[in-house]
Ligand binder design. Structure first.
Ligand code: SF4
Length: 356
């Protein structure tokens, strides 16, 4: 898929529509979540973890937006904030032009936005049969039991499981891949418009993972879905997404067209992540990520650019000024790096080959 329009996190241009202004499905503006711990010093001072720190982005109708970053970067917290599973400290969530919690009630929003979690077993009630699991939501929302059961059988077939064999089973009788198909079917039972997939395939075997990814692609077409796809596996993200958002320590480091970000990354952190992708090619050994130092303590994040203690491109100004997200040179992504628009482009850092 080729994208021609400049991409802004707040753009209302659908890149698949070559410039036709359309309303984004989900708009996030200035989202913040700080977690406060109980005082742990003699003076009772609280420590604050800035899990998500003032991020703004949109998800266009019908697209898959990937979210990547190291553990603790705020990916899953962002997903939970979107679902209002945890309350944001600040920021607006606008769903199809309506402010969530004001113009559109939370119950209706949660029906239209469903989530699939990583742990397929913990996500299911071990005491409910598969049929009851899938039909539970529609029944709670007032649907007749007979119709809800018909829908659950139909959805079982749509996710590739024979209803006559699986409807009466319990979660412990299924494999991990089958359970994750049930979780997807249960999410679809609400007839949602947006699915948040939080590491939904990360716990599966590779062969099963490929089947579930293909299933998700088919369901997206069949049901007209939009995906927010969170994963630490960059190969999977590259296969699935239209656009990608790279997060670092609660902020957006880079966001833009998936092919562009993967082929010509701008932010040094994105480059480091991509450089560390495992290689299957014996002639191209996996490289060591060009990062220096350990991830900083989120309770006491670095001043200026939060990436500066690990960035091999850092200069003095990087520790003083926090970079804003700005359009990159190729106009297909945005990055938060003070040096991105210099006349001399940032050279790709020297890569050390593992084992040398
Ligand atoms: Fe590195 Fe400086 Fe850019 Fe931050 S602003 S990513 S420290 S070069």
């Amino acid at each position: 898929m080729t994208h021609f329009e400049p991409i802004s996190p707040l753009s209302v241009l659908d890149p698949r529509d070559r410039g036709g202004p359309v309303q984004p499905l989900l708009t996030i503006q200035g989202l913040k979540k700080y977690f406060h711990s109980a005082g742990n010093s003699w003076f009772g001072a609280q420590s604050v973890v800035r899990a998500v720190d003032d991020i703004s982005f949109v998800i266009h109708k019908g697209e898959t937006l990937g979210v990547v970053g190291e553990s603790g970067c705020g990916k899953s917290t962002t997903a939970r904030l979107l679902m209002h599973l945890i309350k944001p400290d600040q920021g607006e969530i606008i769903f199809d032009g309506e402010k969530v919690g004001i113009d559109i009630p939370l119950t209706e929003f949660r029906r239209q936005v469903q989530m699939v979690f990583q742990d397929s077993y913990a996500s299911l009630n071990p005491r409910l049969t598969i049929e009851d699991t899938i039909s539970f939501g529609p029944r709670i929302h007032g649907m007749y039991e007979s119709k809800a059961r018909l829908i659950s059988h139909d959805l079982l077939a749509r996710v590739g499981l024979d209803p006559s064999r699986f409807a009466g089973r319990y979660p412990h009788e299924l494999s991990g891949g089958q359970r994750q198909r049930i979780n997807i079917a249960r999410a679809l039972a609400f007839n949602p418009r947006l699915l948040i997939l939080d590491e939904a395939v990360s716990a599966l075997d590779k062969s099963v993972e490929a089947q579930v990814l293909n299933l998700l692609q088919d369901l997206k077409e069949d049901f007209g879905l939009t995906y927010l796809f969170i994963s630490h596996d960059l190969n999977v993200v590259r296969y699935m997404v239209d656009r990608v958002m790279v997060m670092y320590l609660g902020s957006i480091a880079e966001i833009g067209d998936g092919e562009t970000v993967f082929s010509t990354p701008v932010h040094p952190y994105t480059k480091a992540l991509l450089a560390s992708m495992p290689s299957m090619d014996p002639d191209q050994p996996t490289r060591e990520a060009p990062l220096s130092g350990d991830p900083p303590n989120p309770i006491n994040p670095p001043s200026g650019c939060r990436f500066h203690p690990r960035c091999i491109m850092a200069e003095a100004a990087c520790s003083q000024k926090r970079p804003a997200l700005e359009t990159t040179r190729h106009k297909k992504s945005m990055a938060a790096c003070l040096l991105q628009n210099r006349d001399t482009p940032i050279p790709f850092p020297p890569i050390k080959v593992s084992g040398q």
